[in-house]
Design a protein around this ligand. Structure first.
Ligand code: TYM
Length: 333
């Protein structure tokens, strides 16, 4: 771990404002943000990456509400402005400036091969824009702008992290040591599968997710639709709906509980109706206080504005220094 004398280890991460956060965002992303904000000597900046959000179809009329929603849910989950800085990405325009500089050193062919780009092209064939193609370069700029060393993210972001690491290496080789190679920081819950039993939990897949603001009734209905099997067998399924349920049981009810169900599966059989009811209650128990805190922050907009302003001022200062250094090294000033 590289740590300069008297300097803190920088952490950066971000979430797109696609609407309400879901359990994948919470378990794969936010849990890591929370863990790192509590570490001494870590300096965390967490962002709502609104500039990334506009590379997919969105409604400009409700976009500001969506951005605010992520901030509210960040705070509700426990991100603490005394321990970390919260930022709306577009408020520090240096993200875009650095992305442009970095784009001039990175080959187009590498971006074309990225699985995330290929998936998005399939998902939104009417919306394959230049920004979407450029997405990983802007993400690299987000991270490198603050010289972040660790990036708490879910496993789905691993290919993007590789791009950021590669860009850092290319830049350092060409213009002299400037950026640390950022490393992904994965939580044990870094991959949350879809409730449909296929692929990952995602906002763009209807029926695949549970939102943090969901009521018990909604959680029960969503879990009721998770596909299951006969409830017994010789091997514990490692894919499909049963695997999703076991993963969620482990995360919300503990390893012991999962083991109990596994033993039942291998023995006299699991009653999924009961299992799902218990799981829904356990999930809601964790979400209920988050929902109450979200409502508190929603009712205190000035408090939230103040937190974002502080984050902007803090981040801008670092961003300006990096941009100056990059411009000098690239021979632009
Ligand atoms: P986004 O907005 O899709 O998701 C935000 C965070 O949630 C995690 N996540 C998941 N983790 C586990 N299982 C899932 N099913 C799941 N779904 C989402 C994501 O891994 C992420 O940590 N490209 C990023 C945003 C970004 C960014 C950055 C992240 C832009 N610049 C710089 C880190 C650093 C994204 O689209 O995340």
């Amino acid at each position: 771990m590289i740590k300069k004398k008297n300097s803190k280890i920088r952490i950066f991460s971000g979430t797109r404002p696609t609407g309400f956060l879901h359990l994948g965002n919470y378990l794969g992303g936010l849990k890591g943000y929370l863990e790192l904000q509590d570490k001494k000597d870590y300096d965390c900046i967490y962002s709502v990456v609104d500039l990334h959000g506009i590379t997919s179809p969105y409604d400009p009329k409700t976009y500001q509400d969506q951005i605010r929603e992520v901030v509210l849910e960040y705070l509700a989950c426990g991100l603490d402005p005394k321990k970390c800085h919260l930022l709306v990405q577009s408020q520090v325009s240096e993200h875009m400036e650095l992305a442009y500089y970095l784009s001039t050193i990175y080959p187009v062919s590498r971006l074309e091969q990225l699985p995330t780009y290929k998936e998005k092209k399939k998902e939104q064939p009417q919306y394959v824009n230049l920004g979407l193609f450029y997405y990983p370069v802007l993400m690299a700029a987000d991270i490198l702008l603050y010289k972040a060393q660790f990036v708490p993210v879910g496993k789905d972001q691993a290919p993007h992290l590789e791009v950021a690491r590669e860009i850092a290496r290319i830049f350092n080789r060409r213009f002299g040591q400037t950026f640390p190679e950022p490393q992904a920081y994965f939580m044990p819950s870094s991959y949350i599968p879809s409730l449909t039993g296929e692929g990952k939990m995602s906002k763009s897949k209807e029926g695949s997710y549970i939102n943090l603001i969901s009521s018990l009734d909604v959680i029960q209905k969503k879990l009721a639709k998770v596909p299951t099997d006969a409830g017994k067998g010789k091997k514990i399924p490692n894919k499909g709906g049963v695997d999703v349920l076991l993963k969620l049981i482990e995360l919300f009810q503990g390893k012991e509980k999962r083991k109990n169900y596994e033993n039942l599966y291998l023995g006299k059989g699991v009653q999924y109706k009961l299992l799902k009811e218990e799981l829904a209650i356990a999930i809601y128990k964790e979400l209920k206080p988050i929902q109450a805190k979200r409502n508190y922050y929603q009712k205190n907009p000035k408090l939230v504005d103040g937190i974002l302003k502080q984050g902007k001022v803090y981040a801008s200062k670092i961003a300006k220094q990096t941009i100056q250094e990059v411009k000098e090294k690239m021979g632009i000033v």
